[in-house]
Design a protein around this ligand. Sequence first.
Ligand code: SF4
Length: 199
Amino acid sequence: MIAEPGSPLASLREEVLGCTKCDLCKSRRHAIFGEGNPAARIMIIGEAPGYDEDVQGRPFVGKSGQLLDKILAACGFTRTQHVFISNIVKCRPPGNRTPSLKEAEVCMPYLKRQIEIINPEFLVLLGATALRYMVGEKYKITAMRGTWIDIEGRKAMPVYHPAALLRNPALKRPTWEDFKALVWKYREIVNPQHHSEHV
Ligand code: SF4
């Protein structure tokens, strides 16, 4: 779903698509703004686009994205209705390396503006890099996953990145527990009638 033409989110998208503020613009095919419902109550924040995302110009479309879609479906969430998905940096770091602190610092004002405009109740931080750059260097995903953190009045939950689940299937069970906690909180705060066949 694309933001309405002329809306603050659409203007921000145009800005991001043409951005050359860091060197990642030199090797990217597409800057990936993010997608989902501009009025979503849940925002999902990953690390950076990978190869498939860079080619297709959409977030989370590779194997990790397919797994994320399955998890969301099990929660009764869809990309178009319940969530907005974006990343810490909007352009693919060469070789899928972790974005540097400098790159994150330059790009994250876009993410902060996305959060302000969309104004979600929940932030789901996918993986160690999203946790580190959103919350702080000293926080570790193994210790923090599944816990609720207050980020400027929003409820944020770090969870393992789907790519980590693909590498280590043992992480799937704790991750499912974390997403179940998200569904319960969503029912408590947003929609008591929210339906999921599995939660
Ligand atoms: S990563 Fe962010 S700051 Fe760097 S060029 Fe892309 S959109 Fe701009």
